[in-house]
Structure formats: C-alpha cells, structure tokens
Design a binder for this molecule. Structure first.
Ligand code: SF4
Ligand code: SF4
Length: 204
C-alpha cells in the first residue's frame, strides 16, 4: 500500500534528489540536493541566495523533484516551492545543518547565513514501480495540489478486435465493451494507441 507519506519517506532514504527548474533562458536545469529536512507531509531544503537555482525558485516556485530507489521505484514531485518566512529561516537552516553535518564544512560558522530555505507543501506525487510484475503506478497529492491524468484510455469507438490487448507489454488491457486499460499497470508506452485499427485508443 503506497501513499504520499510513504513516498516522502522513501525519498528520505534515497537521500540525494534531483531538482529541476527552468532558467531565465527557458532551458532546463537540474541539480542534486541532499540538504533536505522531511516532515510527514512536507519537505524543507537549503540552497544559497546567490545561486541561479534560488533565482529560478523565487521567480515562480515551479520545481520537479525526482528520486529513484534501488528497488526500481521512481518517485517524482511536481511542486511549488515557497520561501520559508524570514523569521523561520534560521530555525530551518539550523535543523537542516544538524541533520546533514557535511553542510558545516561547506558553509562554516556564520557563512550559513547566505542560505535560504524553501518549503514544499503542495505537490503532485507520481509513484512508478518498475520492479514488480505487472509494473505499478499511482498518483497522490500533498497540500492543495491537484492530480493530472496522463496516459491513454479506450473510447466507445472500440470494436473489440483485441489487437491492443495482444500488443500490450504489461497485459494491462481487459476485454469488454469497450476494452479497458488498467491504469495502475500501464507504462504509457503508446503501443495500444499505435496498433488500434479504428483509433479508439485516445490520449488523456
Ligand atoms: S500504453 Fe502500453 S502499457 Fe499502457 S495499455 Fe497501452 S500498450 Fe499497454
Ligand atoms: S485495438 Fe482498438 S478496437 Fe481493438 S480492442 Fe483495442 S481499443 Fe478496441
């Protein structure tokens, strides 16, 4: 049984996560970050105010955070990062430094004051496990984030030929009128979409 809280716990075990933003030129930028403190339904992370990363976060807060476990689980947060209020900055910086001793080597003494802490309270979480058979995927949300549907579905145009089913690598299409994709086991590979002779498979 997976849920948002377990996903955050797994990310904590992974330790180093990828944080992706878009820079001022519209180009993707990714960095590894481990200066993170986890709460049950949120996370706090540290960076420095002078970094382009900080500028990108302050511009609109959009960030994608990705972790991959040794069990082949991909966990991705599509989130809004919020700057922690000024009067709480010191507390969260100290919390993160206490949990991650290497940071005192990187920012010794009072130089940690160049730091800034952001909080992730609202995020859509995608869990995608390639280590089980059939594969398993599910989405969760923390805070007031919504959940966006992706992938494919089979419409009423289906004539029941079974071609999609026999070409599905995960065998996650069940017969019926119309045939139906079991979304929790779907790879989003698009083979059913390409093989359907009548265009009954639609993109979500
Ligand atoms: S997208 Fe791929 S995995 Fe999903 S139902 Fe279609 S063929 Fe199967
Ligand atoms: S290939 Fe298209 S028409 Fe045939 S069963 Fe699948 S969805 Fe229906």
């Amino acid at each position: 049984m997976m849920d948002a809280q377990t996903c955050l716990k797994k990310l904590e075990y992974v330790g180093v996560l990828n944080f992706a933003t878009v820079d001022r030129y519209g180009k993707p930028q990714i960095r590894n970050i481990s200066a993170i403190h986890y709460e049950q339904q949120s996370m706090y992370f540290f960076t420095a105010r002078g970094k382009a990363f900080c500028e990108e976060l302050l511009s609109d807060g959009n960030v994608q955070i990705l972790g991959y476990t040794k069990y082949k689980e991909m966990i991705r947060l599509s989130a809004k990062a919020e700057k922690v209020p000024e009067h709480e900055q010191g507390k969260w910086i100290d919390t993160i430094f206490a949990e991650q001793p290497y940071l005192s080597n990187v920012y010794p003494g009072s130089t940690r004051e160049i730091g800034i802490v952001f909080c992730i309270r609202n995020a859509e979480i995608e869990y995608f496990n390639l280590g089980v058979n059939p594969i398993f995927r599910e989405k969760y949300a923390i805070g007031n984030a919504g959940i966006t549907e992706k992938g494919y579905y089979i419409s009423q145009d289906c004539i029941g030929c079974g071609k999609c089913q026999s070409n599905c690598p995960q065998r996650c299409i069940v017969s019926g009128r119309p045939y139906e994709i079991k979304q929790e086991h779907c790879l989003h590979c698009g083979n059913c979409y390409e093989k359907c002779p009548v265009g009954a498979v639609k993109k979500l």
